[in-house]
Design a protein around this ligand. Structure first.
Ligand SMILES: [Zn+2]
Length: 706
């Protein structure tokens, strides 16, 4: 349940069982979606999680501005906007300003954790691309630019989705000639004492050019006979094998690098007086300045974080986690630390990351309204009244807008986060969930229109999708999380543990239940009454959502490139729902045109009626722990598909040249000071330029590396 990356977007799901997944792709979304598993290529579709406001988001400001900035290979570069920032009180802006600088200050820690040569490689690339050298070979320069941008997006030479290394495609000689020209024109390279530029380039050449040297940043299932630590190229370990750790107990499991020196293990803790002292001091300095502007609960958490960075001790990290999770009401918040453990093949060491964000009040109020009315929805559930819960309270999450994400969270960002990861703290103190509203908005706005029109039967359907799918996707995701997963009860004899009997079908069934709750209530007048949408538009919104949900059943097949079976639970649930409705209602037609297949939703009333019937059955299966029925449902409708249809879908999608993941350009802040140096305002702007932002970030921390 932690956070989720979509396309590598991350979202988290609010389902407190699967604690492993910190990054989850948003649970519900129109065209495909994946959820709840990091690294899944959740598609460049509209992963819209939290929401529920009457107007489509930011309509006025967002109509003409640029979202999609450029494409590099299969990556998209997209600008994210933080519209609410300007309206924040000065105190909150100043708080964010200091936290923003703390977020930048630690960025190089993450680069270093990913690979021992990562920062040097970045320096070399940045020296070349910023030089004014005349007469360089244009094709070589173009290739260096391509590589450098991918390097920035992925925070190093490893693809964010596959963990595999990508390399420069020019020759070593051409690269060296370009570097020499840059040096002649005055560029500074990170040569070590006395080293020539050529020696530096020769030293780094295997990393830049050889795909077989350090091929994988994290290798959890290495080739037979290889060790997961030595097969992983990251810098969390040096010369250490799993065998070495059998009888070794780390003092700083989450925040240290392990090195084998002269046959002995040495632990290098990340803390003041340990590894990364300058970056950590800089972070502490900015956090100290932030504290006077924070609410008291937040200030308490920030002080605990400072203490943890100073000592590196686990008990101080726990104190920080507790203080952070207990601060549930502050309008501004930050995540700053060694958090997710995906970079480590052992799953122990935390990768550094920072996020700074503020609560999107309008969207959060929609979520709260659903949560406050959870009992009303429970009482209307279309299932046997004996499975209705009493005293149900919805699950609450904050919709937030991020101002900056660095390290493990940027430029490729999660779309939802649920922390802390420490299970003992979660059980005792709960957790905080956020969905990244402005990231979702940017994903949606940067989705190519062809993606929707290709699979829509009519232009009207495509137009409805363009107009409503992001809004409807956000609202249904909230309903899925807040009133879906929270609803229903199971028979006593299951002891609250239907997983035990439903086994491998439990998760898909539970996701189906949550999806069905959202689909069932979307057209209900209660939503308009709660102000979650406008009654006038509601029929259109529900129709657009139903159409998108149905289209997704074929679109999602593109993500299963081999075989004829769906494995991922959210995909199974969505396949099952649509195919069950096709078999049991008259709501969906399968049509052909020009050799292309379309799933067409023709009757929203029949669709909803079918959803109600299926929901009653799904709840019964869960409540009774009816394993044979669950298996029958998924074996018949959810798992197997026609591979010819998948091949057709892939061919259609590939023609559209869709990105497989996205890097985001963050907003930029600047403090406006008066003559005495006091901050009078903090200005926000949008660089719309990946290069500019990456160079600015690198420049901001260069001094810390001396
Ligand atoms: Zn879910």
């Amino acid at each position: 349940m932690p956070s989720v990356k979509v396309n590598s977007v991350n979202v988290k799901s609010v389902n407190v069982k699967s604690v492993k997944v910190k990054r989850i792709a948003v649970c519900m979304t129109i065209l495909g979606t994946v959820a709840c598993a990091r690294g899944q290529s959740a598609d460049s579709t509209t992963p819209a999680p939290a929401a529920g406001s009457v107007a489509p988001p930011a309509a006025a400001e967002s109509s003409d501005r640029k979202y999609l900035l450029e494409r590099i290979d299969d990556a998209a570069v997209v600008q994210v906007y933080a519209d609410g920032f300007r309206e924040l009180p000065l105190k909150e802006k100043v708080l964010i300003w200091h936290l923003y600088q703390a977020a930048m200050a630690g960025r190089d820690i993450y680069y270093d954790q990913k690979h021992a040569h990562n920062l040097e490689m970045r320096d070399v690339l940045e020296a070349i691309v910023t030089s004014r050298a005349p007469d360089v070979d244009a094709p070589t320069m173009a290739e260096i630019w391509r590589y450098t941008k991918l390097f920035w997006i992925n925070s190093g030479p490893y693809n964010n989705l596959t963990a595999r290394k990508f390399v420069l495609k020019c020759t070593r000689d051409a690269f060296a000639a370009t570097a020499r020209a840059a040096e002649t024109a005055g560029a500074k390279f990170p040569t070590r004492n006395g080293e020539t530029l050529d020696a530096l380039l020769a030293r780094l050449a295997p990393m830049f050019f050889d795909p077989d040297v350090d091929p994988t940043v994290t290798s959890k299932s290495p080739p037979p006979g290889k060790d997961i630590l030595t097969a992983s190229a990251n810098n969390l370990y040096s010369g250490v094998r799993m065998d070495d750790l059998k009888s070794y107990r780390e003092r700083y499991p989450l925040n240290s690098r392990l090195v084998k020196q002269d046959g002995k293990l040495v632990e290098e803790p990340y803390r003041i007086g340990g590894r990364y002292p300058r970056q950590l001091s800089a972070i502490i300095n900015h956090l100290d300045r932030a504290i006077p502007y924070a609410t008291e609960p937040m200030a308490k958490a920030l002080r605990a974080l400072v203490r943890f960075y100073q000592t590196g001790e686990t008990k101080d990290r726990e104190a920080y986690d507790i203080a952070w999770v207990q601060d549930k009401m502050s309008p501004v918040d930050t995540i700053n630390g060694f958090v997710e453990v995906y970079l480590d093949a052992r799953g122990i060491k935390g990768a550094w990351e920072a996020l700074v964000f503020y609560v999107n009040r309008e969207k959060t109020s929609g979520i709260r309204k659903l949560a406050e009315n959870a009992q009303w929805f429970e009482d209307q559930m279309p299932w046997d009244p004996k499975y209705r819960k009493e005293g149900v309270s919805g699950i609450t999450a904050n919709a937030i807008d991020i101002v900056i994400e660095t390290g493990d969270s940027g430029p490729v960002t999660p779309i939802g986060i649920n922390l802390p990861n420490d299970q003992a703290i979660r059980e005792r103190y709960g957790s905080k969930s956020v969905s990244l509203s402005n990231v979702n908005e940017a994903y949606d706005k940067s989705t190519p229109p062809a993606f929707r029109s290709e699979f829509s039967w009519t232009p009207e359907e495509a137009a409805r999708a363009a107009k409503w799918n992001a809004f409807a996707g956000e609202l249904t995701t909230n309903m899925h999380e807040v009133i879906g997963h929270a609803s229903g009860k199971v028979e006593e004899r299951l002891h609250g543990n239907p997983q035990a009997v439903l086994k491998e079908h439990f998760s898909a069934l539970e996701e189906a239940r949550a999806d069905l709750v959202a689909l069932y209530f979307l057209p209900h007048p209660k939503l308009a009454e709660l102000g979650l949408l406008s009654r006038t538009d509601q029929d259109d919104i529900a129709r657009a959502e139903y159409e998108g949900y149905v289209r997704n059943a074929i679109l999602q097949l593109r993500r299963v490139r081999t075989g004829a079976q769906i494995e991922e639970d959210h995909m199974r649930n969505r396949q099952m729902i649509v195919r069950w409705l096709m078999a049991n209602t008259k709501a969906i037609d399968v049509r052909m045109r020009d050799g292309k297949t379309y799933y067409v939703m023709t009757d929203p009333v029949a669709f909803r009626e079918g959803v109600g019937r299926l929901l009653a059955e799904v709840q019964r299966i869960k409540a009774e722990g009816d394993y044979p029925a669950a298996r029958h449902l998924f074996e018949t409708y959810g798992i197997h598909f026609n591979p010819n249809l998948r091949d057709e879908v892939i061919a259609r999608v590939e023609k559209l040249h869709l990105p497989s993941y996205t890097g985001f350009v963050m907003p930029r802040l600047e403090a406006v000071t008066d003559a005495s140096g006091e901050i009078k305002d903090v200005a926000i702007s949008y660089p719309q330029d990946l290069t500019k932002q990456m160079l600015e970030y690198s420049a901001a921390t260069r001094d810390l590396r001396q």
